[in-house]
Design a protein. Structure first.
Length: 236
């Protein structure tokens, strides 16, 4: 399968089905019916000194690759092979029990990480005016939102993610999920900004200092991507 580019991600985000009105970020190849590891939109060392190159390399080429491989293994030979990944994640209860957990964990891991790489950038960016308005309406201001997101990341026990999610009523809300779960799985919303708090995302550089890692992540947020993602959702 040809990995999706950033332009592909944003273009397909607006083509979500009326049933779920969520963007399509990861599709299996029509011929191979298999998912593949997306290329990073920057070099492994591009986020230094905030996110170190070795962590990025291991996180992307080993951990994310493992999610992709295990997802393909679980789906091979089933009627679900080749489906849009979001389609699987929003109806996990309909999957055969023997593959449900594997799809939840590895499909969630593939979806979350495909977003995660795009949500970071070595270039300084700012939230768009529409996103800023939404942030102000939901949290008062950007610092207040980031404070809530940091709290969500720090209070997530064990492994998981903290999210700013877009809800069906148009409001933004902070939430956290365990393991590789994400808000679309239970219909709570769609995460437009997420931070990975699994230890493999930060331990080489920050050890047990998760708060320092969260602060570093805030310095590399790709607000252009997040803003465009938000726009696709609100216009869907």
């Amino acid at each position: 399968m040809t990995p999706m580019t950033r332009r592909d991600l944003l273009r397909t985000a607006g083509a979500a089905t009326a049933l779920w009105t969520i963007p399509a970020f990861t599709r299996a190849d029509d011929a191979e019916k298999a998912y593949s590891l997306p290329k990073l939109p920057y070099a492994y060392d591009a986020l230094e000194p905030h996110i170190d190159a070795k962590t990025m390399e291991i996180h992307h080429s080993r951990h994310h690759q493992a999610y992709v491989d295990n997802l393909n293994k679980a789906l091979t030979g089933t009627e679900w092979a080749g489906k849009r990944l979001e389609e699987l994640l929003v109806q996990l209860d309909k999957l055969p029990e023997k593959i449900r957990t594997a799809v939840r964990n590895n499909g969630g891991g593939h979806y979350n990480h495909t977003l995660f790489w795009e949500m970071m950038s070595p270039n300084a960016t700012k939230p768009s005016a529409p996103l800023t308005d939404a942030i102000n309406a939901s949290f008062r201001d950007l610092p207040a939102m980031l404070a809530q997101l940091k709290e969500g990341a720090l209070t997530r026990f064990g492994s998981g993610w903290a999210w700013v999610m877009y809800q069906s009523d148009g409001k933004l809300k902070v939430a956290s999920t365990g393991n590789q779960d994400n808000p679309i799985m239970d219909g709570a919303g769609t995460g437009i900004l997420g931070i990975d708090v699994w230890e493999h995302a930060y331990y080489l550089k920050y050890q047990n200092k998760r708060a320092d890692y969260v602060d570093a992540f805030f310095k590399v947020i790709n607000w252009q991507f997040v803003s465009e993602f938000y726009d696709r959702l609100r216009k869907a």
